[in-house]
Design a protein around this ligand. Structure first.
Ligand code: 13P
Ligand code: SF4
Length: 330
C-alpha cells in the first residue's frame, strides 16, 4: 500500500508512524533486520551520525564487500548502491531516494562510451567509480579518487589508456603520472563550480590558510591547492595539519566530520561561481533524508537492482580494483 503511494509521489519525505523517535526507530529496525547503514561524507550530518560507517567511495565499496548484514542501506547516490549490489548480489541493497543520481555518471552514457571504446580497440579502459553499472561492464578496471594514481601507475608507461568519465580527475592523473591517457569529456557539476576568483579572495582574507581540493575540481583550482586528494584523504590531511584555517574545495558535507574531529579549526567551504550560498552541496546526495532512511528500512524499499548480464561483466573491474587496493594497503 505505502509503496504504491510512494510510487505516485516519489520517495516519501514523511513518515506514517507519527510521533516516533526517528533515531531510536532506525536503530531498532537496523537490529531487527540485520541491516547496516553505510553513508558517504556528502550526506547530511544527521545521516552521517546515525550510520554504522561513513566513508569515501572506495571505503563504502570495501565495507559492502565485508559486511555480514542481510540488508545494506547505502546513503549516497545511485552508482554507489549499484556498486554495493554488484559486490553483494544476494543482499538487499537500499538507497533512501532512487532519484539520487550523479551528474558525472550521467555525463557518460553507456551507448556513447561503448562507441568511444570501440574506436580505440588497443586501449585499456579505466573508469572512475562514478559511472553506471553499464559503463563499468565496458571497463577493464575501476578506480576511485583514492587509488586512481596507483592503479594507473600499475600499467606500463606506454600502455594506451582510456580514462573516463571525469576530465578533471583524468587531467590531474595525467599530470602527476606523466601519462597521456585519452579522456572522456565528463565532469561533476558540484566540483566544476568552485570559483578561482573567490578562492583567491579568501586566500587574501586568510593568508595562512591551506587550500584542500578534490581532484574532480577544475585544473585552475587544483593549481591553487596545497593538497589534492579524495574525500577521505582531505579529511586525514585536515586532521593532521597544524594549520588552523582550511579552505575546503569539495562538497561541504565532509566538513561535518572535519569539525567533529577538529573543533578548534576553521573550515571554510570554497564558494561556487554563481551562487549566493557560501558552500557547495550536491543536490543528489542531499535527496536522502532521515525520514526517507527510516521509510526505506521499514518497508525495505526502494531496492537497487542490476541487470544480471551487466552485473556479471561489471563485477570483474570492481573486483580488480578491490584486490589491487588491498595489496596497496588502501
Ligand atoms: P570520493 O568519495 O571517492 O572522494 O568521491 C567523491 C564523489 O564525488 C563521490 O560522489
Ligand atoms: Fe556525482 Fe558530483 Fe554529486 Fe559526487 S558530488 S555524487 S560526483 S554529482
Amino acid at each position: 500500500m505505502i509503496k504504491e503511494e510512494w510510487l505516485k509521489k516519489g520517495f516519501a519525505d514523511e513518515i506514517v508512524d507519527q510521533g516516533i523517535d526517528i533515531k531510536a526507530a532506525i536503530g531498532s529496525l537496523k537490529k531487527e533486520k540485520n541491516a547496516v547503514i553505510l553513508a558517504h561524507y556528502y550526506q547530511t550530518g544527521d545521516i552521517q551520525d546515525i550510520a554504522d560507517f561513513v566513508g569515501d567511495s572506495l571505503a563504502l565499496a570495501q565495507w559492502a564487500a565485508k559486511t555480514k548484514a542481510d540488508i545494506i542501506v547505502l546513503c549516497g547516490v545511485h552508482f554507489m548502491g549499484e556498486t554495493a549490489k554488484i559486490i553483494c548480489p544476494d543482499k538487499k541493497v537500499l538507497v533512501p531516494d532512487l532519484n539520487a543520481g550523479c551528474s558525472l555518471a550521467d555525463s557518460c552514457p553507456a551507448d556513447k562510451f561503448a562507441l568511444f571504446v570501440k574506436e580505440h580497440p588497443d586501449h585499456t579502459v579505466i573508469s572512475y567509480v562514478n559511472t553506471t553499472a553499464a559503463v563499468k561492464a565496458l571497463t577493464d578496471i575501476v578506480v576511485t579518487s583514492t587509488n586512481a594514481k596507483q592503479i594507473v601507475e600499475s600499467f606500463p608507461k606506454d600502455e594506451k589508456i582510456i580514462f573516463g568519465p571525469d576530465r578533471n580527475l583524468g587531467n590531474y592523473i595525467n599530470s602527476i603520472t606523466n601519462r597521456n591517457m585519452l579522456l572522456w569529456d565528463g565532469a561533476c557539476h558540484v566540483h566544476e563550480q568552485f570559483s578561482v576568483e573567490k578562492i583567491v579572495a579568501l586566500k587574501k582574507e586568510y593568508p595562512d590558510a591551506l587550500i584542500l581540493a578534490h581532484p574532480e575540481c577544475k585544473g585552475a583550482v587544483l593549481t591553487l591547492a596545497d593538497f589534492v586528494g579524495s574525500t577521505a584523504a582531505l579529511l586525514k590531511y585536515a586532521v593532521k595539519t597544524d594549520k588552523k584555517n582550511l579552505i575546503i574545495a569539495t562538497e561541504s558535507g565532509v566538513i561535518h566530520e572535519m569539525r567533529k574531529q577538529c573543533p578548534e579549526k576553521n573550515f571554510i567551504p570554497a564558494p561556487p561561481n554563481d551562487s549566493t550560498c557560501a558552500c557547495n552541496e550536491c543536490n543528489f546526495m542531499r535527496l536522502n533524508t532521515m525520514k526517507k532512511l527510516y521509510n526505506c528500512l521499514k518497508y525495505e524499499w526502494p531496492t537497487i537492482e542490476v541487470d544480471e548480464e551487466i552485473a556479471k561483466k561489471a563485477i570483474k573491474p570492481i573486483k580488480k580494483m578491490l584486490d589491487i587496493s588491498e595489496k596497496l594497503g588502501l
